[in-house]
Design a protein around this ligand. Structure first.
Ligand code: SF4
Length: 467
């Protein structure tokens, strides 16, 4: 059952924020939130920062010198988990020197008992450990740490809560990522998300639209709707919009020029959604559609609930409705029991679909998942060989896909100075390709700019502003 956090509860948090701010008055306090994992975690960190600013903290540059550090963790990959333990450990000496320093660990990894217990027992200098469902209570927890000098733990429940009215900072005024739902019901056998983020729960459409309208007053042009499976949006709400209708409603907002969404589960991507995508130019022609494996036995073991043929049919329908769409996907190499022959089915699907980009992972077992208990006879080296083979094929496909952009012009939204070359600026096409380009001196971040592509690389494009 979904529990909408009451306005009274949010107002109480405002009181705690006020009290912490008063406590910090007259001192300069810095805070650093280190984020691991997905866009959902990034929006949670944006909320933590917004609350910290209201409590008198400034954003610090380095966790080692900050007065408050929070690690917002990810449970999806093993290496992200290992990294967190290492990072937390390095703060021990800092905390010894400065006992007033506050250290917190939050995020979906903390919803896994083995991980939260490890932090609790191995790192006694960590002051706060909390899960994804109580972010809105962060001011209360911080107030307790500061006033009582006691450690706080809140990791018990993942039952569905939705808290509206929690402050949030947006990195850019012209583009924003907005969660429309939380959690997942799909239980893919390799994935820990349904255990750590709980079951699917959708925000009411009126709250989402209100947030977007408010941001439009500040100049918002591009919105990305976030959810573990956005295609399921609204299934848990009564008398509210489904996902295609929500998209249509957002496109009706005049100021909004571009709409993106992520992530889509292939089994839930409907003909109605494809029609809305095809009929509405504001919906960007890029789609992230994870396929994970190209072999039907492996897909069944993964509990993906579609076949290779279903996936290919879906791709054909999408390309018929949106011919210039750029498709990206996630793929796992070396799922337990996957044979080399089955891996080649994945490779052949990649060659057939020709994705614009792939996020590729070698399978790593996650505690509490079914796949972690499956027989896994192939060695890491064997999987790595396949992984490299896949990368080589995909790099070539990416480059060939980018070749089609050469000498053509595209409208981008400028995103500031290029990360690779300080004499250039960068922006994204509607297909989500990064273009580094030579701009006129008067271009500002957030401007729409027409750019001609003059050079293509495997992972990005180079261009020049058209007059
Ligand atoms: S759809 Fe599958 S992979 Fe995606 S979050 Fe849900 S369980 Fe995990």
């Amino acid at each position: 059952m979904i529990e909408f956090v009451s306005k009274e509860c949010i107002d109480t948090q405002k009181e705690y924020m006020k009290n912490v701010r008063l406590k910090n008055e007259g001192t300069k306090k810095t805070a650093v939130v280190v984020t691991y994992g997905c866009a959902q975690n990034e929006t949670d960190s944006d909320k933590l920062y917004a609350m910290l600013f209201q409590m008198g903290y400034e954003k610090g540059d380095d966790e080692k010198n900050a007065d408050l550090v929070i690690y917002n963790t990810c449970s999806v990959r093993e290496n992200a988990e290992v990294k967190v333990y290492g990072k937390v450990g390095t703060l021990k000496a800092k905390k010894k020197k400065n006992p007033d320093m506050v250290i917190g660990v939050c995020g979906c990894l903390m919803q896994q008992p083995h991980a939260s217990e490890r932090i609790k027992k191995t790192f006694p200098f960590v002051d706060m450990v909390f899960g994804t469902h109580v972010i809105h209570e962060f001011p209360k927890m911080l107030h307790h740490v500061l006033t009582e000098r006691e450690r706080v733990f809140s990791v018990d429940s993942v039952d569905g809560v939705i808290a509206e009215g929690v402050p949030v900072v947006y990195d850019k005024w012209y583009k924003a990522s907005i969660p429309i739902m939380y959690g997942c019901n799909n239980f893919c056998t390799y994935c820990v998300v349904p255990y750590t983020r709980g079951r699917e729960r959708s925000r009411k459409s009126e709250d989402i639209l209100k947030e977007i309208h408010t941001l439009c007053e500040k100049g918002l042009k591009e919105v990305t709707l976030l959810g573990q499976n956005v295609n399921s949006y609204g299934k848990d709400l009564q008398d509210d919009l489904d996902f295609p209708d929500l998209l249509s409603a957002i496109c009706e907002i005049d100021q909004i020029q571009r709409v993106r969404f992520v992530t889509s589960h292939p089994k839930d991507l409907t003909d109605k959604l494809i029609a809305v995508m095809g009929n509405n130019k504001k919906i960007c022609n890029s789609l992230h559609l994870p396929f994970q494996a190209g072999n039907n036995r492996v897909l069944k073991e993964m509990n993906r609930r579609y076949t290779r043929e279903d996936y290919l049919t879906l791709v054909s329908k999408i390309r018929a409705a949106v011919p210039d769409i750029a498709l990206t996907s996630d793929v796992i190499v070396g799922f337990p029991g996957e044979t080399e022959e089955e891996f080649y089915d994945t490779l052949s699907l990649i060659r057939e679909v020709r994705f614009d980009n792939l996020f590729t992972f070698i399978y790593s077992p996650r505690k509490d998942t079914k796949a972690a208990l499956m027989e896994d006879p192939r060695t890491y080296e064997e999987k790595l060989k396949n992984f490299n083979e896949l990368l080589e094929v995909q790099t070539e496909i990416c480059r060939e896909a980018n070749e089609a952009y050469l000498n053509n012009t595209y409208e981008i939204i400028d995103e500031g100075l290029s990360k690779n070359n300080s004499e250039m600026r960068q922006g994204r096409t509607t297909t989500n390709k990064v273009i580094n380009y030579k701009a006129r001196a008067d271009v500002k971040e957030g401007d729409f700019v027409t750019v001609k592509v003059t050079e293509v690389m495997s992972w990005s494009l180079v261009g020049v502003q058209e007059c």
